[in-house]
Design a protein around this ligand. Structure first.
Ligand code: ADP
Ligand code: MG
Length: 551
């Protein structure tokens, strides 16, 4: 074949600046694109093989990445399907043409098409974000095909000539530009590959040209088997009934570098009406701050897309740790599209439902474990309830509350326990030390007090009350006259009226508040001699003002 020069299709002039500046704001994405192309090329080949279109003699598939700092090149080499010169022109030059779609068209009725759809459209050209020149040296799997070499310097001009590749597959060479030089650092390159390619389906090796080999104490070179950077079969692609607890824990540790064991997990595995796989872990609370620190990694066909994408994953679930792989997501579109997409909403609803199902299931069948984990998961459930109405409804019945002795009850259990004593009231404390007197007093009256001392509790309590007019939360130091109605309390007696008047005067002049209302009641208690109470409404109002800095 003679050398051929040409010009990329007209769209490219507009497209390059877009790719460079807008589409991929993160330069490191070229790694994801080129390595996923390499894996796609191998997937296509294995697909042809299993369809009986070809018969492969070798089946050692891999992607090799070679870093050559001295020559400032990065090569990505696969032994996949390869390309002929014609195919390069078609798939690489005609940008607007999606190679994957064409391939699909040809084999569309023959199997698992999700596997071979290219993920991100303009992927290959992301190479120019870090390279001043890109070369494709490739040889097609088709017998007797000739190797072809494509070179382009990032403009609209390209060149195709005879290639030098002797075996099937593709070798992409990036002549790294100044902009991309940080990737010539082994550590940077390796961690970028780890970030995007950890779960890609074929083994990926990184070789560094001229790197001193490791030596033992006597100075002999240690011969090490090359070790793949990735896991080609991440645990979540397996069926849930094929995974052991140990494997789940191991996967958690490896993926999140968190050495605290997760509490429990949910394995998502769904084919219809959309494809979704993944594992969500409930992490242990970060006890120092009493917070959950989550991270949800989103994948598309084992290719990492991004962390914590709020558009796809309900915000409160970002407190969990997990991986979600959804090949059906249109991830090359803008975030605002994702936000408004009905399909994306369905995914998010599904995940949220799975989580509430898991929690209800545990509550019903294994209350003991559920209680054991509850301190760790309750901020999550409360936050989730505040953020997601459907979720709130699902978990309302399984929300537990702890009392001073460490026992857990649901609200309906609490109300049952106090049947006849409290109509629909739930007494709680925000501080068992400061409010000890009140707690004691209620105890004398056979009333249990629940602890609600987390910063998320006030809004959570308001939410519960707003949705359920049968429950009213009252802090132990609020108006207690209802509880103390029996013989223990006396009001409107000659004595209390007198003291009320006297004390009112004292308080009014001391606080300079004429409109202040005060009432003295006398009660009998072994533990408490006197106390000041503030009605629940007044106190909440004050707390709110304090929160907004108005007090
Ligand atoms: P997509 O992967 O979404 O199709 P790309 O721009 O990443 O888009 O790649 C365009 C096309 O170029 C691919 O569909 C494929 O046909 C071809 N191609 C790219 N890299 C390789 C490779 N390593 N081996 C074989 N073909 C490749
Ligand atoms: Mg691609």
């Amino acid at each position: 074949m003679s050398k051929e020069k040409g010009s990329l299709s007209i769209h490219s002039e507009n497209i390059f600046p877009i790719i460079k500046k807008w589409l991929y704001s993160d330069h490191d994405i070229f790694v994801r694109e080129l390595v996923s192309n390499a894996c796609d090329a191998i997937t296509k080949l294995t697909r042809l093989n299993s369809l009986g279109e070809i018969s492969l003699e070798d089946n050692e598939f891999s992607v090799k990445i070679i870093l050559d700092k001295e020559n400032k090149t990065i090569k990505i080499i696969d032994n996949g399907i390869g390309m002929t010169a014609e195919e390069i022109k078609k798939y690489i030059n005609q940008i607007a043409f999606s190679g994957a779609e064409d391939f699909l068209e040809k084999y569309k009725d023959k199997g698992d098409k999700e596997q071979i759809i290219g993920h991100f459209g303009l992927g290959f050209y992301s190479a120019f974000m870090v390279a001043e020149r890109v070369q494709i040296n490739t040889k097609s799997y088709v017998e007797n095909s000739e190797s072809a070499l494509w070179t382009c310097e990032g403009g609209t001009e390209f060149e195709i000539a005879d290639g030098t590749k002797e075996s099937r597959g593709t070798e992409i060479t990036l002549f790294v530009s100044d902009e991309g030089k940080s990737f010539l650092d082994e550590y940077t390159l390796r961690s970028t590959i780890e970030k995007y390619c950890s779960f890609m389906p074929f083994p990926i090796y990184l070789e560094v040209v001229g790197k001193e080999p490791n030596k033992d104490e006597d100075g002999n070179v240690i011969i090490e088997d090359p070790k793949a950077i990735n896991v080609t079969q991440p645990l979540y692609v397996k069926k849930p009934n094929e995974c052991t607890d140990e494997e789940y824990k191991e996967f958690y540790k490896d993926t999140f570098k968190d050495f605290k064991e997760p509490l429990f997990w949910i394995h998502l595995n769904m084919d219809y009406p959309f494809n979704l796989k993944g594992i969500l872990y409930f992490p242990k609370l970060n006890t120092e701050f009493d917070t959950l620190e989550g991270q949800i990694k989103l994948y598309n066909n084992q290719v990492f897309v991004a962390n914590n994408i709020k558009e796809v994953i309900p915000e409160f679930l970002l407190l969990l740790k997990g991986v979600i792989d959804c090949p059906d997501l249109p991830l090359n579109v803008s975030r605002s599209f994702l936000q408004n997409d009905g399909f994306v909403k369905k995914i998010s609803d599904y995940i949220s439902k799975k989580v509430s199902d898991k929690l209800s299931g545990m509550f019903k069948t294994d209350r003991l474990s559920y209680e054991k984990f509850f301190d760790d998961i309750s901020p999550f459930i409360k936050y989730g309830s505040l953020k997601d109405e459907k979720f709130a409804k699902k978990v309302e019945e399984i929300m537990l509350y702890k009392n001073k002795s460490g026992n857990f009850v649901t609200i309906s259990e609490y109300l049952d326990l106090h049947a006849g004593k409290l109509e629909n009231k739930v007494y709680y404390t925000t501080d068992i030390v400061q409010q000890a007197h009140y707690i004691e007093l209620l105890k004398e009256h056979g009333i249990d007090v629940l602890i609600l001392n987390h910063s998320i509790d006030p809004p959570f309590v308001s939410l519960l009350e707003s949705k359920n007019d049968k429950v009213k939360f009252i802090r132990v130091d609020a108006d207690l006259s209802d509880v103390l109605t029996d013989a223990q309390i006396e009001s409107d007696t000659e004595e209390t009226i007198k003291i009320t008047e006297e004390l009112s005067n004292v308080f009014k002049s001391a606080l300079n508040k004429e409109e202040m209302k005060l009432k003295v009641e006398s009660f009998k208690s072994n533990e408490v001699s006197a106390m000041i109470v503030l009605s629940e409404e007044n106190r909440r109002m004050q707390d709110m003002l304090k929160m907004y800095g108005n007090s």
